[in-house]
Write a protein that binds this ligand. Sequence first.
Ligand code: FMN
Length: 357
Amino acid sequence: MVKMRQIERRKLDHIEVALNEDVASANNHWDDVKLIHCSLPEIDLEEVDTSCVLFGRKLSFPLIVTAITGGYPNAVKINRNLAEACAELQIGLGIGSQRAGVQHGDDGSYGVLKDHDIPLRIGNLGAPQLIEQGTKAKFHEDDIKTAMEMIDAHLLAIHLNFLQEIVQPEGDTHARGCLDAMRDAAKRYPLIAKETGAGISRDIAVRLKGIGMRGLDVSGTGGTSFSAIERHRAQKVGDAHCAALGRTFDDWGIPAPVATVWANVGIPIIASGGINDGLQAAKGMVLGASCAGAAMALLPEAMESAEKVMEKLRIMQSEFRAAMFLIGAKKVSELAGKRYILVGETKEWLSQLKAEG
Ligand SMILES: Cc1cc2nc3c(=O)[nH]c(=O)nc-3n(C[C@H](O)[C@H](O)[C@H](O)COP(=O)(O)O)c2cc1C
C-alpha cells in the first residue's frame, strides 16, 4: 500500500472533518443583512440579467466556488465534479492549496481544471509558504509560475490562514515577511489575497491593495471555521493543547458582511464566508462586492457528482435572480445601489467602525 504523505493526510482530514463534524461558526452573519422588498419591480423575471464581468472574465452570475482541495487521490473526483459544473454554469472556480502539487508534482487533481472551459480559474498558495518556516524552505517565484501553469490560471489567490496555522499541530506560524514576499510576487503575477474564514480588515486591505493585489476574497466568519476543523483534527490525535486553542478561537474573526463593507478599498471584493444560497450572494453584492464566493455549500455535492453540483448551482442562480427581481434590479451593476437594513452583531460592528472613522 502506498504511504500517504503528511500533506496528503491533512488534505484528506480537512474534507472528512468538514463533512462529518459541525465546523460552522455559531452565527451566519448574512442573516443580519435584510434586503428591501420591492412590491412592483416593473421588470419581467426573464429580463433580469445575472451575468457580470470579473477580472475581465464573463460569468453567468457572480459566484466563485472558492478553494477546497487538491493533492491527494480522492481530490481528483471532487475537483473534476466542480470543474465540470463550473464550466457548464459558467462561473468561477478556485482550486485548493497547490502546495502539494508544487512540492511533489500534480497528481492530476489540480490539472483536471484544464479539461473544462471554466471562465475564471484561480490558483492557490499560502502566504506562510512564501517565507521560510523553520527548516521548511520557502516557495520562490518560479513555484508561483508552476502553480499557475498547473491549472492554466487566470489569477492566483494567496491565502491568509494564520488562524488555522495556530491551531494546527504542525502549523506554520512565522508571519513576518509575508507582505514583502507577496509584493515581490505581485510584480510578476496576477494575484488576489484570500482569507480562509476569519475576514480581512480595512487596514490590511489598504496594505494588500498597496502591494498590488488585484482583488480580495474576504472570507469572513459566519461559515466554515478553520479553527473548528483543526480542533477536530487535534482531538482525533489526542492533542489536548491544540484542541483547547481551537475551541477558544472557534468563532474568531470578522463577520463576512462586515469584512465585505470594511475591506472595500476600491479593488474587487469577493464576499465569502457562510454563503450558502443565492440570496446571501445577492446580499454580498448589495453591500458592494463584485462577486460572491462559496466553498462548504458545494462540498457535499462535489463528493457525489458533477450533476449534483450543477443542481445546487442552478438553485443558487435562481435564488440570485429572484433576489434581483424582488429588489427591482435588472442588472448586476444595479445591486450595489440598493438599500439594505442591518441588524444584530453586524450592525454593531459596522456602526462602531463607522463611528471610529
Ligand atoms: C474542506 C475545506 C478545505 C479548504 N481548503 C482551502 C485551501 O486549500 N485554500 C484556501 O484558500 N481556502 C481553503 N478553504 C477555505 C474556503 O475557500 C473558504 O474561504 C472558507 O471555507 C469560507 O467559506 P465557506 O463558509 O463558504 O466554506 C477550505 C475550506 C474547506 C471547507
